[in-house]
Design a protein around this ligand. Structure first.
Ligand SMILES: *[C@@H]1O[C@H](CO)[C@@H](O)[C@H](O)[C@H]1NC(C)=O
Ligand SMILES: *[C@@H]1O[C@H](CO)[C@@H](O)[C@H](O)[C@H]1NC(C)=O
Ligand SMILES: *[C@@H]1O[C@H](CO)[C@@H](O)[C@H](O)[C@H]1NC(C)=O
Length: 818
């Protein structure tokens, strides 16, 4: 329970300051006493004591009084003026307890007001609430109310309501969402979410019910709009949606489950009570469910509509192409340049003019789709016919040719471009023949960073107004209040801590007893009992690694998992879970997914997705296999992408520290998945001597030379180990085993190999390669690919770590080669 003093300034400005002072001080002591009673559990409620967190009829909140803030009774939300900059303010509701005071609702997000003189007032007639700018301009007002409002108040749910004297709600902010839904706040036929951002005014995204009453995400651009969620290529039925239910209501409940009348359903990965959440349509068009971590006061994502953001429409604008590198970014096709590097949603513009009748040719972009804008589409045609059709039509600016089954799409415009490895279509963009004959540099590529900076704040500058000296009289008074407020905060803090401890203990019991289940396949906590049951008391051992044994298990929902029992983690339960939940948030195609954790008493277990084909080591050196050449090449490229993601993605970078074939698993299609990442960090954190990674052990034969020195380890140790793995993929045998025949150690053997490769590379004669490649392949390999892998391996094995490429660089090498 937090007590807020809202001074209504027209009341207080009178001369009776001294008596007012006395009254306030007295009431302050009374309230404080009441609070102490509540926090010590003697008095169950404080309802009888008059609350002052109302905005009464005729009173107002002004920007210049920083204390003009209304809080919800439980202190979760605040309502008042939110500063975008020192001179620009929005009238907003925000999360008081989040570190960046995240805004949940704004009255005027498109039109901030200036600092001094702006205010919001509940009119004396009680018929509306009005926000005025410093010069008296009305910036926002509620619609005329049907009855006379007595006061406005902020509910614990974050809903700002205006009530009449009988307590009936006349107006509520929940009916007018901006880009965020709070638990209990519905999307309806009229209430929708709109992501609109002052720094990205040219396009925006909405979450609303479409004309078939299906809850959809739509891109709303100045020239076109289209839906991109649920999958626009599927029927409602295939998307598990029900169309034409006219109720049109979608709401997130207190537990973190979202349900809509069209059968849209999802759950937070941390489903359960007591967590503050918000569902926000971010300006990058992605819908994310956030949960508040009350300890570090930051938000984490507990559900997201798109883990592959290139599927979101309009991200890269007209003519732009979205691609994974491996982070999503925008680029322009050949012949196009970016229109506005600061805003990729404005896309790319051509450097040529295409006039009808001009001689034209095509630029080919493999594995690329431009969704929509189809002039025409024909099944089972040849590539040649498709090209002729596009040449024959002036409206056709490009065509896309798909294989399996053959299909030809003529495009009237280029939008929603996306390049995806393995996509079975190729885009051909029409350009003047003169353009094709010109020499030109390869396409300009710019980083986009959409996926990473969704939380960036725009800066808005407004002219400054100087403050007047009116407030001096109250300064002394505010200081007085501030000191007491601080004392109060301490009490509340300790009370809250005490309460939350009790709550969390209770919810754990509840979770175990009530059969806590999360249907989504996101990260969660498991109980030891649950895992014991899933693994049939740890019966089937899949393998035994340095950190412990791995067992096969089957969860209650019949998903197959690998459960790893850790034997050398010394962290406490909470610390361990927090640490692992970071790893649990990492999703990447080439990384083994961590699905959950169990941390009970001395037990520390991790639950991984089950990867069908086991480790690469079994195929290279064991009795499985051999792997075909094209499979090895895919493994090489995939592992590079996975490591690049770990090293360079927006999250805390992670050094694997133990890259070796045993830690590379192969899925059903023999695509690689790196496992055991994040361990170096986990183990290191548990040690008495933090900051030193040197106690983390690598594996002999894969360890970079700097490992023996005391210098801190960098991600370049993984680059080195990756180089060794590349050699082993080519040769099909352990490089370190070469060391045992006569030479002194593995590193020297590698150095020797590295030199041999570098030397041989320079000659034109390629016959040496035959002797180098795994004889089990019987000559069935691609020379150029072997050369590429050996070249990259030689670079990665450089003794001096600064000479080794970054994993991003390695990925680029593979991509530019394909
Ligand atoms: C509703 O959704 C669930 C889960 O997403 C699905 O199993 C079910 O078939 C859907 N119902 C309809 C009628 O599409
Ligand atoms: C629409 O959905 C709601 C909740 O899912 C259900 O109660 C209602 O009966 C449905 N209405 C129609 C017309 O099917
Ligand atoms: C294309 O044509 C417009 C006018 O028609 C002209 O202003 C522009 O410079 C031309 N651009 C190029 C690259 O030739």
């Amino acid at each position: 329970m937090k007590v807020i003093y809202l001074l209504s300034h027209h009341q207080a400005a009178g001369a009776a300051a001294a008596s007012f002072h006395a009254i306030m001080a007295a009431s302050f002591w009374i309230l404080n006493l009441a609070f102490l009673l509540v926090s010590s559990g003697v008095a169950p409620t404080i309802a009888a004591v008059g609350r002052v967190n109302y905005l009464h009829k005729g009173s107002s909140l002004a920007v210049k009084h920083a204390s003009d803030v209304i809080e919800s009774p439980d202190g979760t939300f605040s309502f008042g003026f939110y500063n975008l900059s020192s001179t620009a303010f929005t009238l907003s509701i925000w999360f008081t307890k989040s570190a960046d005071r995240t805004v949940a609702w704004s009255a005027n997000r498109d039109r901030p007001v200036h600092g001094v003189g702006s205010k919001v007032k509940l009119n004396t007639d009680g018929r509306s609430m009005v926000l005025t700018d410093y010069d008296g301009t009305v910036v926002w007002r509620t619609n005329a109310l049907s009855a006379e409002a007595d006061h406005a108040e902020l509910m614990d749910s974050g809903n700002l309501v205006m009530k009449d004297q009988g307590g009936n709600i006349l107006w509520q902010s929940f009916d007018h969402p901006t880009d965020t839904l709070l638990p209990g706040q519905p999307v309806t036929a009229t209430a929708k979410l709109v992501s609109k951002d002052l720094s990205h005014p040219s396009s925006y995204y909405t979450l609303c019910f479409d004309n078939r009453y299906v809850l959809s995400l739509a891109y709303e651009g100045p020239d076109l709009s289209n839906h991109y969620w649920p999958n626009p290529d599927h029927s409602s039925w295939m998307n598990y949606r029900i169309s034409y239910n006219s109720s049109r209501r979608a709401v997130l409940d207190k537990l973190g489950q979202f349900v809509a009348t069209d059968n849209t359903t999802f759950r937070a990965s941390d489903w359960g009570l007591e967590i503050k959440r918000r569902l926000t349509l971010d300006y990058d068009g992605n819908l994310r469910l956030y949960s508040l971590d009350e300890f570090d006061r930051s938000w984490y994502v507990s559900w997201v509509a798109f883990s592959q953001p290139c599927d979101i429409h309009g991200l890269c604008g007209w003519n732009g192409i979205c691609e994974y590198s491996p982070t999503p970014r925008c680029s322009c096709p050949p012949g196009y340049v970016v229109s506005d590097p600061s805003d990729w949603s404005k896309g790319c513009k051509p450097v040529f003019n295409l006039t009808c009748g001009q001689r034209t040719g095509f630029v080919r972009i493999p594995e690329t789709d431009f969704w929509g804008s189809d002039l025409n589409y024909t099944m089972s045609t040849s590539m040649h016919t498709c090209k002729e059709m596009c040449l024959g039509s002036c409206a056709c600016v490009a065509f896309e040719y798909k294989t399996f089954p053959n299909a030809c799409f003529l495009k009237s415009a280029l939008f929603n471009g996306k390049t995806l490895p393995g996509y079975p279509g190729t885009a051909y963009l029409k350009v003047p023949e003169s353009f094709l004959s010109q020499p030109h540099t390869s396409d300009s590529v710019f980083h986009h960073g959409h996926a990473c900076d969704a939380s960036n704040k725009q800066t808005v500058s407004y002219t400054t107004h100087t403050n007047d000296g009116q407030g001096t009289m109250w300064h002394y008074y505010y200081w007085f209040l501030a000191v007491f407020f601080l004392v109060e905060v301490c009490f509340i803090g300790s009370g809250w801590w005490f309460m939350s401890r009790q709550h969390s203990a209770r919810s754990e019991i509840w979770a175990a007893e009530e059969g806590y289940r999360v249907v989504t396949d996101h990260f969660r906590s498991f109980t030891h009992k649950e895992l014991r049951r899933a693994t049939k008391n740890f019966k089937e051992e899949l393998g035994h690694g340095r950190h412990g044994s791995v067992y096969k298990g089957i969860l209650h929902d019949s998903r197959v998992v690998a459960v790893k029992k850790l034997n050398d983690v010394k962290q406490g339960e909470d610390e361990f879970e927090a640490e692992v939940s970071v790893i649990g948030k990492i999703y990447h195609m080439y990384l083994v997914r961590v699905m959950g954790v169990c941390s009970e008493r001395s037990h520390r277990l991790l639950v991984y997705e089950y990867v069908e084909n086991g480790s690469l080591a079994m195929f290279l050196f064991g009795d499985k296999g051999p792997l075909q050449w094209h499979q090895r090449y895919r493994v090489a490229a995939g592992v590079a992408k996975g490591l690049a993601y770990l090293h360079h993605e927006c999250m805390d970078w992670i050094i694997h520290c133990d890259v070796k074939p045993e830690n590379i698993l192969l899925d059903m299609d023999f695509d690689p998945k790196i496992s055991d990442f994040g361990f170096a960090k986990l183990l290191q954190r548990g040690q008495a001597d933090p900051g030193s990674m040197s106690k983390v052990r690598g594996t002999r034969g894969y360890m970079a030379p700097e490992w023996v020195s005391t210098a801190p380890l960098t991600e370049k140790v993984d680059v080195y180990s990756y180089g060794v793995v590349l050699l082993e993929l080519v040769m099909g045998s352990r490089v370190s085993e070469r060391a045992t025949d006569g030479r002194e150690d593995a590193e020297a053997a590698l150095r020797q190999l590295e030199w041999t490769i570098k030397e041989k590379m320079e000659s034109d004669d390629l016959t040496w390669i035959d002797g180098f490649v795994d004889p089990r392949l019987e000559g069935d390999f691609v020379y150029s690919e072997v050369l590429l892998m050996l070249e990259v391996a030689a670079l990665c094995l450089e003794k001096e770590k600064s000479q080794r490429p970054s994993m991003n660089h390695v990925v680029q090498k593979f991509l530019s080669f394909d």
